[in-house]
Design a protein around this ligand. Structure first.
Ligand code: BTN
Length: 330
């Protein structure tokens, strides 16, 4: 965990003014270094008041609020003109983004909701989305790319979530191909990218991200598979702040992806280094069939390379198969 993440945790947990000396002691750094990190958190949009007794984190809330989100975004995603929309409830933020896109909403329209009544997961699954602390966010993109770039973009989204979560979580965050983000083999985030094609080009893309932020627990069937940030760090996170940090990281990766001409090559090593699926025995579900194989690598198009029992190496894309680790969820 970085010094900055530990500082943030210390400020949240203090719930009141905490002296610079105590903070520096807790972090094992000098007071000057601590002060520098406070400056960085302020630059991210956090209000940290100071007086002669020390520092205090102000206005840390648990509810999504458009004015707070907008304020944080003005600090965290200044390079993109993000158009944020906060909803109490919606069927699915992905569906809402698509409805807005049909009415010519601009790129980087971002819909986030406290609750989804028909949250969608990958492979036609349901994403449980009651108003219990999950963050449900969808981003509208209008890239000029070919359909083959959709998979890489969804992998980049997982990298952006990984970087965002690293600001809050104490240990390593890993990825389950294609784009589940895991902590200790339990899922913290799922991603659903849906594209609209026209003339063999992607006309619009909806990037839906569900992060388990403040849930106190999960239904029995998910207990072993899902985990929230709150369960890990034992305190709540302001959903407005984490949403702004998510968009900060996402916009940085998206900008780099555009500059790389929608090619995945430059991100491949970084993705591989965080991918927990590589080296795993997996079960691959094709429509109507199941096969066991070993996940051996990711290729430059973001596809998973599998070694079958017969020894052949085959490549699979995210839409074609469901890959499940034989040893645990990863
Ligand atoms: C998965 O892991 O199956 C993908 C889950 C994606 C869930 C998010 S929540 C925000 C957005 N709206 C939806 O209906 N789904 C995505």
């Amino acid at each position: 965990m970085s010094t900055q993440s530990r500082l943030l945790t210390a400020l949240i947990e203090a719930r009141d003014t905490i002296s610079g000396e105590r903070l520096a002691q807790m972090l094992g750094v000098s007071r000057a270094a601590c002060w520098k990190q406070i400056g960085q958190l302020r630059a991210n949009g956090l209000t940290i008041s100071s007086n002669r007794k020390g520092y205090r984190l102000e206005a840390w809330t648990e509810a999504l609020q458009i004015d707070k989100l907008q304020r944080f975004l003005s600090f965290n995603a200044p390079d993109f003109s993000v158009n944020p929309i906060v909803m109490e409830t919606v069927d699915s933020t992905n569906l809402e983004v698509k409805r807005l896109a049909a009415k010519d909403a601009p790129e980087f329209t971002v819909v986030t909701a406290k609750e989804q009544t028909a949250g969608k997961g990958r492979m036609g699954r349901i994403w449980l989305s009651s108003d219990n602390g999950g963050l449900y966010t969808s981003i509208l993109l209008r890239p000029s790319m070919i359909p083959q770039s959709v998979l890489p973009l969804s992998l980049l989204t997982a990298l952006a979530v990984r970087d965002c979560l690293r600001e809050f979580l104490p240990e390593k965050v890993g990825l389950k191909w294609p784009n589940d983000v895991l902590y200790n083999k339990q899922k913290v985030c799922g991603i659903l990218c849906e594209s609209l094609l026209e003339d063999a080009h992607v006309r619009q893309l909806t990037v839906g991200i569900g992060i388990n932020v403040n849930q106190a627990d999960f239904p029995d069937e998910l207990q072993d598979k899902a985990v929230s940030i709150r369960q890990i760090v034992q305190h709540r996170i302001d959903p407005n702040y984490i949403c702004s940090r998510l968009l900060y990281h996402f916009s940085a990766y998206y900008q780099r992806f555009i500059t790389a001409n929608y090619k995945f090559d430059t991100f491949l090593n970084d993705y591989r280094a965080s991918c927990l699926t590589i080296g795993q025995a997996v079960s691959v579900n094709y429509p109507g069939a199941e096969q066991r194989a070993e996940a051996v690598n990711i290729n430059r198009d973001g596809m998973l390379l599998l070694k079958t029992i017969e020894g052949n190496v085959v490549e699979v894309g995210a839409g074609e198969v469901q890959v499940r680790g034989l040893l645990g969820y990863a």
